[in-house]
Design a binder for this molecule. Sequence first.
Ligand SMILES: Nc1nc2c(c(=O)[nH]1)N[C@H]1C(S)=C(S)[C@@H](COP(=O)(O)O)O[C@H]1N2
Ligand SMILES: [Mo]
Length: 421
Amino acid sequence: MSTKYKGAKPSRRAFLKGAAMAGAGATVAAQAKAASDPAIAVQPWMQELGDGVDVAPYGMPSEYESHVKRRSVEWLTADPISSINFTPLHELDGIITPNGLAFERHHGGAAHIDPAQHRLMINGLVDKQLVFTMEDIMRFPRENHVYFLECAANSGMEWRGAQLNGCQFTHGMIHNVMYTGVPLRLLLEEAGVKTNGKWLLPEGADASAMTRSIPMEKALDDCLVAFKMNGEALRVEQGYPLRLVVPGWEGNMWVKWLRRIEVGDQPWHHREETSKYTDLLADGKARRFTWEMDAKSVITNPSPQAPLTHGKGHTVLTGVAWSGRGTIPRVDVTLDGGKNWHQARMSGPSLNKSMHRFYFEFDWDGSPLLLQSRAHDSTGYVQPTKDELRAVRGENSIYHNNGIQTWYVNEQGIAENVEVS
Ligand SMILES: Nc1nc2c(c(=O)[nH]1)N[C@H]1C(S)=C(S)[C@@H](COP(=O)(O)O)O[C@H]1N2
Ligand SMILES: [Mo]
């Protein structure tokens, strides 16, 4: 079963064949036989010289990885300038999202800003109104932190039942990168916040001029004005040259292309915190200012876009978990829809308000599976089932769906988005 493929996932026929072969035994490696066997064959790439160092001044992934890309959901995209392109979680490992695969969400398209022409203003209830150039900002002490950014609408399409087939679409409105930036506290100290300055209104320089109200305590606690992600300049899609980082809080507040921060004495109740990013409850009342992202997890492999192609035997299940309230000390996994839970193995850095990686190795006997994962965060909070969530929140919500996800895996290893109750 050679798995060299390009562009698309293996066909159904290809993995049925694979399943039959692996069914013969639990061995995961074989012995080389014929001269055409890849283990001993003299391949074309061994017979000619490779690329010179001038071929890729900015490196790109192998051409065999072209299926690893952001994707959108057609019916969600009325117009690409106000849409979402999801992170391919099922193709990634570890905890860091590569810059080119970080999901993007714009309300008025991605602005292309000349950093020399970019300014950040701090005005309102301050002792002195200040205007910073990018060079000014880089002269403040900077910090490095890995944080996840999750759109509050992540999994929002799943409130009333299982809908989208793939963790890229059900859970891909998230990325996790290392930011380099200046603590917002330092810029506010420079401007001098007046005693009645209790709220901030960050504003973007894009066509949507995104604004959100942020309480002063959060700004002084851990917000960053960031200019780098994973070591290099922010990508255009992520707000180049400057974005606000609001750790653990809903993605909408992380204003991109940050141009102004107004200090006020009360929240503004702008569009993105009234008609949007509020949760309508069953009694007709709406929750407002639901800033924190609750603990959540998802199994990324196997999943609908990543079927079990090798047939029976030893397999590696993996997924990611995160909490806007701290770290993830533990994730449980079930293979039978919640009858028996097993503690997963965490691997990789466990950082505050960052994505965590878990694994669970097991022998698949070829019978159908109902896979779920359940995150525990450092506050003791446990990720709820979708039914538990709906009992409290009703069925009208879009935002903050952190319910447990179920994948049904059939005898062929094909996975599907389902719900169990
Ligand atoms: N200026 C500006 N900031 C913005 C937005 C926007 O459209 N304009 N979208 C917000 C929303 S809704 C989310 S979820 C995040 C998405 O960040 P990303 O594109 O890096 O994934 O940015 C937020 N900041
Ligand atoms: Mo969002």
